[in-house]
Design a protein around this ligand. Structure first.
Ligand code: SF4
Length: 75
């Protein structure tokens, strides 16, 4: 599962470029996630989107909502 913190999203659109079937942007440019598409998306692509997010707005969480990885874990 992928979680987005829209307060951190800077509207770069990187996630949409990497995985357009899952990520979109609203009229303000902020990320929107298609939760249904996440279930069938390529996990490597989702993780790539998380790692490339310049706003550190995306994180991978488990089914209980605990964070597994986040863009801000980059070194
Ligand atoms: S890559 Fe990050 S900052 Fe850019 S639109 Fe997606 S969630 Fe927002």
């Amino acid at each position: 599962m992928i979680r987005a913190d829209r307060y951190r999203c800077c509207g770069s659109g990187m996630c949409v470029l990497i995985c357009p079937e899952v990520f979109d942007q609203d009229d303000s440019g902020l990320v929107v996630i298609d939760a249904d598409a996440v279930r069938t998306a390529d996990l490597a692509l989702l993780r790539h989107a998380v790692s490339c997010c310049p706003g550190q707005a995306l994180s991978e969480v488990d089914s209980a909502g605990a964070e597994k990885s986040a863009a801000n874990e980059r070194k």
